[in-house]
Design a protein around this ligand. Structure first.
Ligand code: GDP
Ligand code: IMO
Ligand code: MG
Length: 425
């Protein structure tokens, strides 16, 4: 069984936790898109791990983790991340972590260009993570990016980085920002490349061999469907295909290798960064922040919080071909008296049950809610699905009905063991 784990909202749905949980039964975990804009938190055996580029299967021994061709890799950031995770007692050997030689590289200049562009946009900024993701993918699509394999040809790479630094400096000079020195950039990225070199290979035949020999593959999505470059709330999106198809183009495994797609969503909605968010609710945001929850794992920014939006989820289930849902953070709603579920948007008097493409229509979207009773009890100690309060089960069953996909997993806390499996009758 080969399964894609995908975010159904605006990211931070709890994908890392679900991937970690399912790694136990899998052989290979693969990231296919995004970069270190992702922040996946896993809590296991009393320790907290925050992963940005490393697949969340890395915490398990004897599992293979692959950073696929579709990922954009900040080499320096990845070395720092490996060092940090190793200092937490996790061993990362070259046979445990494989890095695709076709993956594109995020250079330090990309990060600075990302920040400069955001500053130039002022109040219209995207609210990026400033990890250089947009500029790196732009270079890839513009056919002037650097791939990991290019680093094997030092002369070519030095020439390309020198050119890229000169181009970037022209832009940065306009904003009076600190300019890069090409030689320094080359030294820094090459040092990181040399550290990572034992992990680098052509990962495509490795993945195909694993597939053909019946190994279980788990694809770890980053970001979420509404941040997808095609399906998201453009232009307030990231620069990759965060939806199920991105797992195939980002790994070299074909759609025929995929058996299931698990869509991960929170029991409510969150968003970090700019862009439309019809169901945002100040009270819910304040409440969850008061509990110390919903602060971004990558930037530490508070996430906006709002009611469950099934307009988004219905669309996300469609475009990803979701076969089962993992609903996390159900415990976040434990104390609420009444819960709202958005079933449609009223835009100029017309009810929409799917998100609009027109960016201005989002501003006029008024959520249509139905209210369900809260369960008003602590779910964090529940150890199986049947132990959940009846009203929590009713909430989840309405969610599934509105999305058109069955519930498969439920999260009642951040720990690995706080994942409940719904056994289908
Ligand atoms: P990801 O980017 O999709 O992997 O999600 P993040 O890790 O960025 O954000 C999810 C946050 O919710 C993290 O702090 C997780 O530890 C936490 N989390 C995940 N599932 C649950 C859950 O069921 N309950 C609670 N309370 N926290 C959860
Ligand atoms: P995970 O994998 C939540 C958001 C940023 C911004 C937009 C574009 O942890 O779910 P970018 O840096 O990608 O150019 O920023 O996308 N964003 C995320 N939001 N979770 C993420 O990843 C995100 N990765 C990017 O906040 O709005
Ligand atoms: Mg995250």
């Amino acid at each position: 069984m080969n399964t894609i784990i995908i975010g159904l909202q605006w990211g931070d749905e709890g994908k890392g936790k679900i991937v970690d949980y399912l790694t136990e039964e899998s052989d290979v975990v693969i990231r296919g898109q995004g970069g270190n804009n992702a922040g996946h938190t896993v809590i296991a055996k009393g320790s907290k791990y925050v992963l940005h580029l490393l697949p969340s299967g890395i915490l398990w021994d004897s599992k293979i983790n692959v950073i696929g061709n579709g990922v954009v890799i900040d080499l320096i950031g990845l070395v720092q991340e490996i060092t940090r995770i190793e200092s937490q007692g996790i061993v990362i050997t070259p046979d445990k972590l494989l890095i695709s030689d076709r993956a594109h590289v995020v250079l330090p200049v990309h990060k600075e260009l990302d920040a400069a562009r955001e500053a130039a946009l002022g109040e219209h900024k995207i609210g990026t993570t400033k990890r250089g993701i947009g500029p790196a993918y732009a270079d890839k699509v513009n056919r002037c990016g650097l791939r990991i394999a290019d680093f094997l040809d030092r002369e070519y790479t030095v020439q390309q980085i020198t050119r890229r630094v000169a181009e970037a400096n022209e832009v940065l000079a306009r904003y009076d920002l600190t300019l890069f020195v090409a030689e320094q950039v080359i030294e820094e990225v090459y040092t990181a490349f040399e550290r990572l070199r034992p992990h680098i290979s052509n990962t495509i035949p490795v993945l195909h061999a694993a597939w053909k020999s019946g190994k279980k593959l788990l694809f770890e999505g980053a970001q979420g469907t509404l941040l997808d470059i095609d399906f998201g709330t453009y232009p307030f999106v990231t620069s990759s295909n965060t939806t199920a198809g991105g797992s195939c183009t980002g790994s070299g495994l074909p759609p025929t290798a995929i058996d299931a797609v698990i869509g991960v969503c929170k029991a409510y909605t969150t968003r970090v960064g700019s862009g439309p968010f019809p169901t945002v609710d100040e009270g819910l945001s304040e409440y969850l922040h008061g509990l110390g929850r919903e602060f971004g794992a990558t930037t530490g920014r508070p996430r906006g919080c709002g009611w469950l939006d099934t307009v988004l989820l219905r669309f996300a289930c469609m475009v990803n071909g979701v076969t089962g849902l993992a609903v996390t953070n159900v415990d976040g709603l434990d104390e609420y008296e009444a819960l709202q579920i958005c079933t449609g948007y009223d835009i100029d008097g017309i009810v929409h049950t799917l998100p609009p493409a027109d960016r201005k229509a989002w501003d006029r979207a008024v959520p249509i809610y139905e209210t369900l009773p809260g369960w008003k009890s602590d779910t964090t100690g529940c150890t199986n699905f049947s132990a959940l309060p009846a009203k929590a089960k009713a909430y989840l069953s309405r969610l599934a009905e509105l999305c058109g996909a069955p519930i498969q997993f439920v999260g009642v806390g951040p720990d690995r063991v706080q994942t409940l499996v719904k056994i289908t009758e």
